[in-house]
Design a protein around this ligand. Structure first.
Ligand code: HEC
Ligand code: HEC
Ligand code: HEC
Ligand code: HEC
Length: 165
């Protein structure tokens, strides 16, 4: 913890920002510290047993649940680097702890699953505790992939469920 404070203070000196600016970082750091571990991605199959209804609706009605097919279809002619850019939006947790790495290593994360919206679910899956998963969602949770230039006026609230429920 001591080295954390040292880091904060040197950040403050280096950037000239008030310590207040770093309070959110301190807070989230403390939360992770208290939990003892960062949440990781487990894939939608892990949700099926306890949430059969949501699982059935999502896999039946939402194109998000087959989002990898778009990559497979268009892969021909793309460079490896270009395909990796697709992963950011068309797979679950790419580039994040426990997220998608490749079709062979993490087949359960190659499509977008529940965790694309609800966030990594390792803690919640092992405890079943509703407090350990994000429920309240809003359009900022979608913006990373549904960027403004991609979808005009993506503010349509009924779409928040994205066909998942
Ligand atoms: C061991 C059983 C179990 C598993 C596995 C499980 N859940 Fe849950 N989940 C529950 C229970 C129990 C609740 C509280 C009752 C309810 O809302 O159905 C809950 C609630 C939730 C909620 C609402 C939280 C709230 O604050 O009300 C979300 C969102 C959720 N789960 C998502 C997921 C996702 C995503 C997965 C897979 C990564 C998952 N769950 C896997 C048992 C489970
Ligand atoms: C990690 C990236 C990502 C996030 C986060 C994300 N989406 Fe998506 N979403 C996609 C992609 C990619 C598609 C297109 C899938 C396809 O057609 O292959 C899609 C498709 C959709 C669709 C089209 C209908 C369908 O059948 O799936 C809706 C509606 C949608 N998303 C709503 C949402 C909402 C609402 C949120 C936030 C709560 C959200 N998405 C978060 C990537 C994302
Ligand atoms: C910034 C996020 C993002 C990136 C990066 C991205 N996509 Fe998408 N893609 C989406 C979203 C969101 C949708 C669905 C909404 C829409 O159609 O605008 C979508 C839809 C698609 C669809 C249409 C699916 C269908 O069934 O109609 C295909 C195909 C697709 N993307 C392929 C790709 C490929 C290939 C790449 C990489 C070269 C890629 N996407 C990169 C977010 C992204
Ligand atoms: C496109 C985004 C999106 C995806 C994908 C998604 N959810 Fe949700 N989920 C939501 C939203 C939005 C809510 C409502 C939050 C609220 O109450 O404000 C919600 C609520 C829930 C709840 C609380 C009870 C309910 O039905 O309202 C559970 C449980 C849940 N989701 C589980 C899942 C599971 C399991 C999956 C995958 C099979 C999944 N979700 C996929 C957006 C999503």
């Amino acid at each position: 913890m001591k080295s954390f404070w040292v880091l904060l203070v040197s950040l403050q000196r280096a950037t000239g920002f008030s310590l207040l600016v770093f309070m959110p970082i301190l807070f989230s750091g403390t939360v992770l510290f208290a939990q003892g571990k960062a949440e990781t991605y487990v894939g939608m199959e892990a949700c099926k047993g306890c949430h059969e209804k949501q699982y059935a609706r999502f896999t039946t009605h939402s194109r998000m649940s087959s989002s990898f097919s778009g990559i497979s279809r268009m892969k021909k002619g793309l460079t490896g680097e270009e395909v990796k850019r697709c992963y950011e939006c068309h797979t679950t947790g790419y580039g994040k702890p426990g997220g998608f790495t490749s079709e062979t290593e993490t087949p359960g994360l190659k499509n977008l699953g529940c965790e694309a919206c609800h966030g990594p679910g390792s803690g919640h899956v092992s405890s079943g505790n509703p407090k350990e998963i994000k429920r309240r969602l809003d359009t900022p949770d979608c913006d990373a992939c549904h960027a403004k230039e991609r979808v005009a006026a993506f503010n349509y609230r009924p779409l928040l469920y994205g066909g998942a429920h």
